[in-house]
Write a protein that binds this ligand. Structure first.
Ligand code: GLC
Length: 562
């Protein structure tokens, strides 16, 4: 079917070769790889690009079309790649340019797509640009970063009250320049100054560079922090203590002047123009942004211009696994991201606890979650290892390698446990579990983070042999989605009558084809009123037509495609 769409598009476009459907990304499925933890081929205890190449067939066998890889560019690795010191070089621990280009080729030869992770907001403080910029106030790159004089008698008080997105003042004193520089995240990640057109153009060239190498798109790191308001007014107060998925406000402050600025929305449209200048194949961008859905949608469309193709909607991470809450979330996403927009569904990543954690490590619920992710209208993002149900270990803040763990290390462990989150992000970055051999087959050396204790049951090899495993369920549900255009492209309407406190029900429709998707969120069997239709798919192998098992997900065919 996808082939047919591509063919029709090429005929319409009048091209001689197979021009690709520019909307391919709307129906894609994405697998996120944290390269340091995926597969190590040189025994240094760190995953590498060669390891990704070797495991591409595995990802393909799961059914995913697109891979997104967390950054592997040159970096001092203080934030494990999210602190870049050269956007055009590969970190030696991950490989070299030859391997990177080979990876792009190998992905494409499997009819898959590859998305890089671009950290445009900041560089490492070890980037040559920052070294030059901080050397004095007159150099060529003097205003490549956000520098400001301090306040107070000796100018050693921060220029205003702005907080970093992770708390504490985002202003950092630099002795050499006798000034403060702004960092939205950690002090060793100084923000680039996008009000300077030279910075903007240089970064757009970085984008062009990778697009011309064939990269299919980008995941854009903390994209809502790109611009700051140049008035540098103090932010107003707020009662919010901790920022959430739905608002960046927190630490008793409204992030009015440093987050989600008009300049950033505008920049998204400029970026889109650059990305769109590369067609054949058409490319894709997804932004990491925080805020309410209505505000952040401006990153996708601003003053009538297209911006990012889509953004992460992180409300999925905090929505309790309950039928009514789920329904409300889908209603909101459908309302704000109605066609031609497409919502995203993400349940964990390299910053957030494993998705099975809030489900009490219950595999039945993990299957239902995956069932939802691949039957709802939207782009599913799956973090490596979710298909195995890797669990969140408890790794103490004190010994955390993650720079956030180091920053928060004075928080007592019982409080961390109480939040249920991973303040020590090492917990969501533990090695991929390949087999039952030492270190779960991840490395022949010493793994950089501990391997899950229960790897003997949770690994790929073991689950592959068990037809009832979570891994095999992922394969089944993704295959089902890939075979049914209704699930990839159809509209979504909630069934008001069937949906209740236990069951969430919605229809997917396309060209006369109509599916009913039913999810039983409860631990009890529920009775269904007569629905005379064919069961196309179920999380449970054999179930009675008028009953749904606990945590069952089922797809019924209501009408046939024309
Ligand atoms: C994003 C990344 C995170 C990183 C931070 C700073 O939130 O997902 O891993 O530490 O930005 O780049």
């Amino acid at each position: 079917m996808k082939f047919l769409t591509a063919f029709v598009f090429s005929v319409v476009a009048g091209s001689c070769c197979f021009a690709q459907n520019p909307d391919w990304w709307k129906s894609t499925t994405v697998y996120q790889i944290y390269p340091r933890s995926f597969y190590d081929t040189d025994g240094d205890g760190l995953g590498d690009l060669n390891g990704i190449i070797q495991k591409l067939d595995y990802i393909k066998s799961l059914g995913f079309e697109t891979i997104w890889i967390s950054p592997f560019f040159l970096s001092p690795q203080r934030d494990f790649g999210y602190d870049i010191s050269d956007y055009r070089s590969i970190a030696p621990e991950y490989g070299d340019m030859g391997t990177c280009l080979k990876l792009i080729d190998e992905v494409h030869s499997r009819n898959m797509k590859i998305v890089f992770d671009l950290v445009m907001n900041h560089t490492s403080n070890e980037h040559a640009w920052f070294k030059e910029s901080s050397s004095n106030r007159e150099n060529e790159k003097a205003d490549w970063y956000v520098w400001k004089d301090g306040k107070g008698k000796h100018g050693q008080k921060p220029p205003n009250n702005w907080k970093a997105t992770i708390g504490g003042s985002g202003w950092n004193w630099h002795k050499g320049r006798n000034q403060f520089y702004w960092a939205s995240f950690l002090p060793f990640q100084p923000d680039l100054n996008y009000s300077n057109s030279k910075v903007k153009n240089t970064m757009l060239d970085v984008v062009r560079h990778w697009l011309s190498k064939g990269v299919d798109g980008f995941r854009l790191d903390i994209f809502n922090s790109i611009f700051e308001d140049t008035s540098f007014h103090n932010n107003p107060g707020s009662l919010r203590i901790i920022p959430s998925e739905e608002t960046p406000d927190g630490f008793f402050q409204k992030m009015k002047f440093n987050v989600n600025q008009e300049g950033s929305f505008e920049f998204a449209t400029e970026l889109r123009a650059v990305v769109d200048s590369f067609q054949n194949p058409p490319r894709f961008m997804v932004g990491e942004v925080f805020g309410d859905v209505e505000t952040t949608k401006k990153f996708c469309s601003y003053h009538g211009k297209d911006g990012l193709h889509t953004i992460f909607l992180f409300k999925t991470l905090s929505t309790p696994f309950k039928a009514k809450k789920w329904r409300k979330m889908v209603e909101e996403f459908e309302h704000n991201f109605a066609e031609p927009f497409v919502p995203t569904y993400v349940f964990s990543n390299h910053d957030r606890r494993r998705s099975i954690t809030p489900l009490g490590n219950d595999v039945r619920k993990a299957k239902l979650l995956a069932f939802f992710q691949f039957t709802v209208r939207g782009i599913p993002f799956t973090y490596y290892g979710e298909e195995l149900g890797i669990e969140k270990p408890t790794l103490p803040l004190k010994t955390g390698l993650d720079p956030l763990a180091q920053r928060y290390k004075s928080i007592p462990q019982f409080m961390v446990n109480w939040t249920g989150q991973s303040l020590n992000r090492d917990e969501c970055r533990t090695p991929m579990l390949w087999d039952t051999t030492q270190n779960a087959g991840f490395t022949s050396g010493e793994p950089w983070l501990p391997v899950a204790e229960n790897f003997k049951e949770k690994n790929v090899q073991t689950q592959d042999r068990d037809s009832t495993s979570l891994l095999n369920f992922y394969k089944r549900i993704i295959e089902f989605r890939n075979e049914n255009l209704v699930l990839q492209e159809g509209t979504l309407t909630i069934d008001e009558e069937i949906s209740n406190g236990k069951v969430f029900a919605f229809y997917r429709e396309l060209n006369g084809g109509k599916f009913l998707v039913l999810m039983n969120f409860s631990s009890k069997t529920v009775r269904l009123n007569e629905i005379p239709s064919e069961v196309m798919f179920s999380t449970h192998p054999s179930t009675a037509a008028d009953f749904m098992s606990p945590f069952e997900g089922r797809v019924l065919k209501i009408a046939q495609n024309n």
